[in-house]
Design a protein around this ligand. Structure first.
Ligand SMILES: [Zn+2]
Length: 91
């Protein structure tokens, strides 16, 4: 059984790469028992969804412009804050 900390790392990684089948199973099993990690996952998914939407809108408008530096920093801060508050509760 993996710890909440290990699960949160796997969940973060799963946003960037597809995890091995067994890791996905471990995450799912952990979610069944742990509301904290389920919430963390939802927050990450929400941020990821919001970023995708923003990118889609930009593409639709035909803009070549990338996400601005302040925008990127704001999103990174939101993700860090979510991770931080999550880890605080778990310590
Ligand atoms: Zn957990």
């Amino acid at each position: 059984m993996k710890s909440c900390r290990e699960i949160s790392k796997l969940v973060s990684r799963s946003l960037d790469e597809s995890l091995p089948f067994w890791s996905q199973v471990q995450i799912k099993m952990h979610f069944l028992m742990c509301q904290g990690c389920r919430r963390f996952n939802q927050q990450l998914k929400f941020v990821q969804h919001a970023v995708r939407k923003m990118c889609e809108v930009k593409v639709c408008l035909g803009s070549q412009e990338k996400l601005s530096q302040p925008g990127r920093e704001r999103i990174q801060k939101t993700i860090d804050a979510a991770k931080w508050s999550y880890n605080e509760k778990m310590d």
